[in-house]
Design a protein around this ligand. Sequence first.
Ligand SMILES: Nc1ncnc2c1ncn2[C@@H]1O[C@H](COP(=O)(O)OP(=O)(O)O)[C@@H](O)[C@H]1O
Ligand SMILES: [Mg+2]
Length: 222
Amino acid sequence: MIEVKHVWKKYNPGMKNEVVALKDISLNIERGEFVFISGPSGCGKSTLMHIIGCLDNPTRGEVYMDDVKVSSLNDGELSKIRRDKIGFVFQAFNLIPSLNAMENVMLPMILVATNKEELRNQAKTLLEAVGLGHRLKHKPNQLSGGEQQRVTIARAMLNDPEVILADEPTGELDSKTGEGILKLLKKVNKERGTTVVAVSHNMLTKKYCDRHLKLKDGKIVR
Ligand SMILES: Nc1ncnc2c1ncn2[C@@H]1O[C@H](COP(=O)(O)OP(=O)(O)O)[C@@H](O)[C@H]1O
Ligand SMILES: [Mg+2]
């Protein structure tokens, strides 16, 4: 489903502060797989997630998603792929403080949805699916860290994406709450067949993944 071919990423290429964040990464991810990527801080995990997630283009190399070469698309085309195929879950929750759980889940589609009532129902169903049916009208600061992360997972599922990209999804959570999030991602993976790529320091992720890759200094070492 996702093919990464000889990808290099340089930040500030040719400048004094050039950083080579990814060095000749090649990787295939099958539909329905749960892939876990670990590695020390600064090794390029988020950079790789951004490139797989069509948020950034590689400096060299190619990325294919469902046989579409996404590494050479323009911003408009990339944002369409993101909207149609990808759900993002980030460590820092990225919720809008002034919006409640329902509104946060609906936000990515609020401008494009033609049927607002259907969108509301969808958001409600997703929040129920992640165990937050009793917290629909709560704002982020009225929710625990684990609950906030559940809202981001519901939001990521809104378009029924083909792939969920989770960057340190348990990073700010205690271990029990973190495991709850991993179980939830696994549930989405199994029940909906959604491909999951999760970057984490949390070695518990091993228990839930199909494949564990280690990144070091911008290279896959295993
Ligand atoms: N926008 C940027 N500009 C310059 N350097 C960056 C940028 N983003 C990340 N880097 C550098 O690239 C390397 C990889 O970063 P990152 O992918 O965020 O690592 P990780 O997620 O594994 O901690 C780091 O050395 C980081 O400092
Ligand atoms: Mg990172």
